[in-house]
Design a binder for this molecule. Structure first.
Ligand code: ADP
Ligand code: ZN
Length: 739
């Protein structure tokens, strides 16, 4: 093209053409070589437009070309974009994550380039200035209104149409008419900064002695810089957020950006309000409720260093901060940090990697730290800071277990007499209560009382869940749904379908019958679809427009409700069983967190756990408030089983439309499975979700000693194996889901 043209007049034409390797934000491709005219001067990290097939794609210059493809076949870089280049640390981070998770680097890059439109220069704002053409102005028919418009512009900067009309007190038609007469000329103003600068000196609360110690320890790490990991731990309400805000303030004082990661649903108005109270302005946000336009604005402001503090869900880890000085991972134990599709990664762990590559401190915050983090503190790899009490002397709630074997709910109901009594008392005292049941919908299973048929998803090994509010049956694994049938699909009997077990919808029916005067609200991912909707409901609870809140795990996150004094856990055993190595740990964390909703202000709270296993170590630990004993026994179990964090796991999932082909592929893989000292391969075995979306699934689990990395083993195992085209292999390093 034009550049080729220029170089062909040069006697040393071939030397003027350089090769660059360009990584495209697409899965399943590595970096490709492209030709580029020498005067284009491309550097690693530059955004470029290149041809790919018939399309033009934006990619990132990854380095010098490898030259392993004949030059004649290569195509030219079309253009370099005038955008800040991808920071070098982010390039290295993309490579690191790709290696570790065994994903294509392009798929990881795609997470860093979610909004290609952000790479275009920001659009200016159209504004009007007054014409300098005095002859033209003199010849104009000037009504008083027109005169006011010209007067406003006489001594001020150009203004956009609406603003100009408002200031002059005229309709926009007057402005437009003046523009048509060429008395006003259009100019483009630069867009205003999208985010104001947070002020580190704005107004923090007076910290308690313990809080102040922790805050200054963190601030010192931020000020001196360099990589460090600190676990910040303390009961809910201890003031961990106030403490890490001081670390954020220190990053701001040092001219650095700060990133706070939160599980998506905790990222609501309460957190934002507190940030605003401390720093005077809102931070930039990054989560799934953002519109494409908001994403574009945020991405660009982050890349240009205008957004100084970013609060976001896990994908915010891949944004192009040029001056990152601190990462905070709040609720670090939360399973939502594990991304389970596309590039499968654990954002908390990758955040530590990003901090190490950037050579900055990271803080992992939780009231119930993960066993991984606890172990890293024990072994001295991570520093630890501990806040001993709830702020302001608020009491921790009193937790007790209700033994469902003795304290039986009435037939076809789920609340025991003790819990019913406690609910009535609480509401009668003008306080609020929360019922926690980690099950969406009306009933987890529907069966036919005539023939015993159970309604199952046609595409998955899973029961269909009734959602009575919308009159449908849904599969919670693949999203399949149908209207609730009137007759049994198997024996055609009419009116014989019966709901088995409770979901939150059914629970709220029981509550309505029991406490007809109570104002109840439900909080589940069906009713609350993102941070904005959550904010709205949380405000209503805070304003005491709700007496009784019923919800799934979405309810557990750090909301602060001063009048909430009773938490009832309807089925405390729900998460305990099934083949998940973290089942006990997660149940403990979840129930502890839900319990933490009770009695956060001056009124003491109580928590009732309905369980069939009051002697289970999880229930005992919760009731005794003895986290450390629970962690110690959990650690001992894991250590003796060689399970994480004392060993390493990688899961392989084979999936395909025909069971036989998938089984054949599994047998092929099994023949060359690695073995040796400290290496063990379990499987193949049908996955618990043996069929998902019509695909048959078989699992392997590679288990290694802690000092053995699974990736090289997997590469040499899987590299030579040729799988049938219909079978897909998914690799999950450090798996959290065992379905
Ligand atoms: P955590 O993050 O540990 O759950 P928070 O930081 O959310 O605790 O604090 C709990 C509540 O106590 C919040 O409303 C917070 O504003 C308040 N709080 C904590 N520390 C102080 C303090 N030193 N002065 C005033 N209020 C505080
Ligand atoms: Zn399904």
């Amino acid at each position: 093209m034009e550049r080729d043209h220029a170089s062909s007049t040069d006697s040393a034409a071939p030397a003027a053409v350089a090769l660059v390797s360009v990584l495209l934000p697409l899965p399943l491709v590595g970096a490709y070589d492209y030709r580029t005219a020498a005067d284009l001067r491309l550097e690693r990290g530059d955004f470029v437009v290149v041809p790919l097939g018939k399309r033009e794609v934006i990619g990132v210059v990854w380095g010098e070309g490898r030259g392993d493809v004949g030059r004649a076949k290569l195509r030219d870089v079309i253009a370099r974009l005038e955008a800040p280049p991808l920071p070098e640390v982010l390039c290295r981070f993309v490579e690191w994550v790709a290696q570790y998770t065994m994903s294509p680097a392009g798929a990881v890059l795609a997470m860093a380039m979610r909004v290609p439109a952000a790479l275009e220069p920001p659009r200016g704002i159209a504004a009007w200035r007054r014409s300098d053409d005095t002859a033209l102005l003199a010849g104009l028919r000037l009504t008083p209104e027109r005169q006011r418009v010209l007067d406003v512009l006489a001594d001020g900067p150009p203004r956009p149409t609406a603003e100009l009309a408002r200031e002059a007190g005229v309709g926009v038609g007057v402005v437009k008419a003046l523009a048509a007469a060429r008395a006003l000329l259009q100019v483009e103003l630069p867009p205003p900064p999208a985010f104001e600068r947070p002020d580190p000196e704005c107004a923090g609360p007076t910290l308690s002695a313990a809080q102040a110690d922790a805050a200054s320890a963190l601030a010192n790490k931020v000020a001196s810089g360099g990589f460090s990991v600190t676990a910040l731990d303390g009961v809910t309400g201890a003031g961990k957020t106030e403490v890490y805000f001081e670390a954020v303030a220190q990053a701001l004082r040092g001219g650095r950006q700060a990133l706070v990661l939160l599980p998506e649903i905790a990222l609501g108005a309460q957190w934002l309000d507190r940030f605003t109270a401390r720093f005077g302005v809102r931070p930039a946000q990054w989560h799934s409720d953002l519109t494409m336009a908001e994403r574009r604005v945020a991405w660009r402001a982050i890349a240009r260093g205008e957004a100084r503090v970013v609060v976001g869900a896990r994908s915010a880890l891949f944004l192009p901060y040029p001056e990152l000085g601190l990462i905070v991972v709040d609720e670090e134990h939360d399973a939502a940090y594990k991304q389970e599709d596309g590039v499968i990664y654990q954002a908390r762990d990758m955040a530590v990697v990003r901090a190490r590559l950037t050579d900055i401190p990271i803080v992992l915050v939780s009231a119930t730290p993960s066993l991984e983090t606890v172990q890293n503190v024990t072994s001295g790899r991570y520093a630890a800071l501990h806040l001993p009490d709830r702020h302001g002397g608020a009491q921790l709630p009193l937790i007790s277990a209700i033994d469902l074997r003795a304290d039986k709910p009435p037939r076809q109901s789920w609340l025991s007499p003790t819990l019913r009594q406690a609910l009535s008392e609480t509401l009668a005292a003008g306080e609020q209560a929360l019922l926690f049941l980690n099950r969406r919908g009306y009933a987890p299973l529907t069966l036919c009382r005539a023939c015993g048929h159970r309604l199952q998803c046609p595409r998955c090994t899973a029961w269909l869940v009734e959602h009575r509010l919308v009159g449908r049956l849904q599969c919670h694994h693949c999203g399949f749904q149908v209207p609730f049938p009137t007759s049994c699909p198997s024996c055609k009997a009419e009116g014989m379908l019966a709901a088995c077990g409770p979901g939150v919808e059914r629970l709220s029916e029981e509550v309505a019958a029991l406490l007809p005067a109570a104002r109840t609200a439900m909080m589940t991912s069906d009713t609350i679809t993102g941070p904005l909707a959550a904010t709205e409901l949380i405000r209503r609870v805070q304003d005491h427009a709700v007496d009784l809140l019923i919800g799934t795990q979405m309810i557990a996150k750090g909301h602060h409700f001063p009048m909430l004094t009773l938490v009832g856990v309807v089925d405390a055993d729900l998460g305990l069983h099934g083949g998940d190595l973290r089942a006990a740990e997660r149940t403990y964390q979840l129930l502890h967190q839900v319990a933490g909703r009770a009695g956060r202000a001056d009124r003491p709270g109580r928590v009732l756990l309905q369980t069939f296993e009051p002697d289970h170590p999880v229930m005992q630990a919760l009731v005794a408030g003895d986290r450390d004993r629970f962690l110690a026994s959990e650690a001992a179990d894991r250590r003796s089983a060689g399970m994480p964090p004392f060993g390493r796991l990688a899961a392989l999932i084979l999936a395909g439309p025909e069971a036989e082909t998938v089984d054949g592929a599994a047998r092929t893989l099994a023949r060359t499975a690695p073995r040796g000292d400290g290496v063990e391969v379990l499987g193949p075995a049908p996955a618990p979700l043996a069929i998902l979306r019509g695909r048959h699934r078989r699992r392997f689990l590679l288990k290694c000693r802690r000092d053995i990395a699974p990736q090289p083993l997997l590469r040499s195992w899987l590299g030579p194996v040729k799988l049938p085209a219909s079978v897909r292999l998914q690799i999950d390093i450090d798996p959290y889901s065992f379905l």
